[in-house]
Design a protein around this ligand. Structure first.
Ligand SMILES: Cc1cc2nc3c(=O)[nH]c(=O)nc-3n(C[C@H](O)[C@H](O)[C@H](O)COP(=O)(O)OP(=O)(O)OC[C@H]3O[C@@H](n4cnc5c(N)ncnc54)[C@H](O)[C@@H]3O)c2cc1C
Length: 499
């Protein structure tokens, strides 16, 4: 990091916008190169095909977005987003229901509105410049190929010439379609094997106008999937302008949610939650259901490259893409931007060699819990496979533990105690470290001594009665994620506990 004059960010998706905002306090000039023409109103665009589908921001991501874009929630609300203060969410699992309120001060909107609100903020930052309708087509490097010193770009119009944009730092946030590996190969670098979750997932989404009579008693619904029975995940959410969306999701490739209106309606009826089908009588469809399919989630391991070039970082979906049903992508991108910021601060105070590799390592620590949690959930579907040089730890144990926990937590909810159910929600929201969820103390609470056959099986699997040894065995099964969490999350935790 010899100079901090000019940074280039590839892609003006959500990861690119957060990164540009963060970098604007460290670099003199930031250039965001985006292949799309960016709409001046909230609208879906070609470069982000996922944006038609509902996007929610997990509480941890919301906290970081508010830090970088103070008051962005108010901007969303001013543009018709649905306030969380008004919202109740019914969480439905095979064992029962729980009603939660999202943390006060957040809002629910379409992805297009969220991106537009953030983009408008970034467009007002004096040292951030957008170069749109222009694609990055490769890296320019130093002669020894160990430093990236710029990017080659090409305007997206006929007969345009290649251009060069020099930079002290290039950050690739070009999403799932990133060409970073191809560009590294062309410089002669060997890239480590990726970890792949062969997930074969399908989404199908439909939007509706909510008439006045259905607005009064509005409740959003998240209906858990039951992969063993082939029951899809279903979601009913509200976005801006009194519009609701339903989303069907399944993985494994045996069945993809239908995009035919009649079949889609039937599939909504077969979810664990009857609430979604019930409200259909009141909603007016705005269009036919639309699908999205992908066969893989991919986690890169660039941090393992000993000769990773200086002047280059990668974040967002380009570094690790997740099964979107778990809603982690934006939050992980936001965490990664914070990590870059923290590392820049350390580097300014105490410069160290291999800055970029260090940043990639720190990001990988933050990716770890999100990847593990979403993978163990997806591996419940027949047909989903993990491929990687190191197998995922503790999958079967974690799945059984989670089932027992969910059953017990749901039982407790009916007795007025929602603490445990919230713990699970918060772990999946990347707020609560998994070590607070998977531990001997909790296990003792959720397992009865004279328990069910499943409970006995979990005990037998760990094969110890002594709580200390028991904890030791859990630590062996479950990866340690503690470096991915920090004490600021306690505030988010408390805001939930006070509900
Ligand atoms: C169906 C679906 C639903 C999802 N739902 C959620 C959710 O509920 N919550 C959540 O947190 N996440 C969700 N995600 C994930 C989320 O969309 C991403 O994780 C998040 O937006 C961060 O993505 P990104 O900025 O890295 O990439 P993107 O948002 O894909 O942006 C990449 C940008 O780079 C541009 N680009 C690409 N190549 C080039 C190039 N060579 N030159 C210039 N520009 C280029 C593209 O045009 C685009 O603008 C979902 C994803 C999918 C697929």
């Amino acid at each position: 990091m010899a100079n901090m004059n000019k940074a280039v960010v590839i892609g003006a998706g959500i990861a690119g916008l957060i990164t540009a905002r963060m970098l604007s306090e460290y670099y003199k000039e930031i250039y965001i190169v985006e292949r799309d023409d960016l709409p001046t109103t909230p609208a879906n665009r070609q470069g982000t095909p996922q944006s038609f589908h509902p996007h929610r921001v997990l509480p941890r991501g919301h906290m970081i977005l508010e830090r970088y874009f103070s008051g962005y929630t108010n901007d969303l609300l001013d543009n018709g987003a649905y306030p969380s203060d008004a919202e109740e969410i019914v969480l439905v699992n095979p064992f029962g229901n729980l009603i939660v309120r999202p943390p006060a001060g957040s809002a629910s909107s379409s992805r297009a509105l969220l991106e537009w609100v953030l983009r408008r903020r970034v467009q007002k930052i004096h040292n951030v410049h957008f170069i749109t309708n222009t694609e990055v087509i490769g890296f320019m490097s130093s002669e020894d190929r160990q430093t990236i010193i710029g990017v080659y770009t090409k305007e997206r119009k006929k007969n345009s010439q290649e251009d060069l944009l020099t930079a002290d730092m290039v950050i690739d946030s070009s999403g799932r379609s990133s060409k970073v590996i191809k560009w590294l190969h062309s410089l002669g670098h060997t890239v480590p094997n990726q970890e792949v979750l062969k997930v074969f997932l399908g989404y199908s989404t439909q939007y509706y106008k909510i008439p006045l009579e259905a607005q009064k008693q509005w409740r959003s619904v998240i209906s858990d999937a039951q992969p063993a029975k082939g029951i899809s995940n279903g979601t009913l959410i509200r976005i801006e302008d009194d519009i609701a969306g339903t989303l069907l999701f399944s993985a494994g490739g045996e069945h993809y949610p239908s995009i035919k209106p009649d079949e889609y309606q039937e599939e909504l009826k077969s979810l664990n939650a009857s609430e979604i089908a019930n409200i259909m009588d009141y909603l007016e469809p705005l269009q036919a259901p639309r699908g999205y399919r992908t066969s893989e989630s991919i986690r890169q391991h660039f941090e393992q490259m000993k000769n990773w070039p200086s002047g280059l970082l990668v974040l967002g979906d380009a570094f690790c893409s997740f099964d979107p049903i778990h809603g982690q992508g934006i939050t992980v991108a936001a965490i990664e931007a914070e990590i870059i910021e923290n590392c820049l601060e350390e580097q300014i105070r105490n410069p160290q060699p291999y800055f970029e590799r260090h940043v990639l390592h720190r990001m990988q620590e933050a990716i770890e819990p999100a990847w593990w949690l979403s993978s163990i959930a997806d591996l419940r579907w027949n047909g989903v496979k993990h491929i990687g040089t190191t197998p995922l730890k503790g999958v079967t144990f974690a799945q059984k533990y989670i089932d027992l926990f969910t059953k017990k937590a749901t039982e407790l909810v009916t007795k007025g105690n929602s603490k445990f159910y919230l713990m699970q929600f918060l772990m999946n929201s990347l707020v609560l470290p998994p070590s607070k969820f998977f531990n001997a103390e909790i296990l003792t609470i959720i397992l009865n001594d004279n328990g069910s056959p499943e409970e006995k099986q979990v005990r037998a699997e760990l094969d110890v009665q002594d709580p200390k040894l028991f904890q030791q065995r859990i630590d062996e099964c479950i990866p340690s994620f503690d470096s991915a969490f920090d004490e600021r999350l306690n505030d988010v935790l408390m805001s939930f506990e006070q509900q």
